[in-house]
Ligand binder design. Structure first.
Ligand SMILES: [Zn+2]
Length: 133
């Protein structure tokens, strides 16, 4: 079992970030990778423009917690052993897409068949998040 929310946040090395307190960010759990993750996040934000999950453009003018705000997705989730701060395991994604994907993976783990298990990068195409505001 993974506990996505119950793990106490470790003291972050290498300085604080703007992340609001109380909101668990997965990268924070791996103490020590945070500075590297932040560095890679900046690289991705400056080099990628399209959501790696839904394939639609990401608008960097949209700020969290808007569902279409940009975020960094771990292609292989940390819970699945993915590297927390490796450029090859990180991609640009919409916040909502990242959340949807996470839900799918959790659903699959508990073998809840309300939704079919789908592959990492392919989400149902019936949801066009860019049409939402
Ligand atoms: Zn997306």
């Amino acid at each position: 079992m993974t506990n996505e929310n119950n793990t106490p946040l470790k003291v972050m090395k290498g300085g604080m970030t703007k992340a609001p307190r109380g909101k668990a960010q997965r990268a924070d759990r791996a103490a020590g990778v945070r500075p590297e993750f932040e560095r890679l996040r900046k690289i991705i934000y400056s080099t990628q423009t399209v959501c790696g999950i839904c394939g639609k453009p990401v608008d960097f003018s949209i700020k969290p917690p808007h569902p279409l705000s940009p975020t960094i997705d771990h292609i292989i989730p940390l819970a699945k052993g993915g590297a927390p701060a490796d450029l090859s395991n990180l991609q640009l994604a919409h916040r909502i897409c990242n959340l949807q994907k996470k839900n799918k993976i959790l659903v699959a783990e508990v073998k809840d068949e309300r939704e079919k298990q789908i592959s990492n990068r392919i989400l149902p195409q019936h949801a066009d998040w860019t049409k939402q505001s």
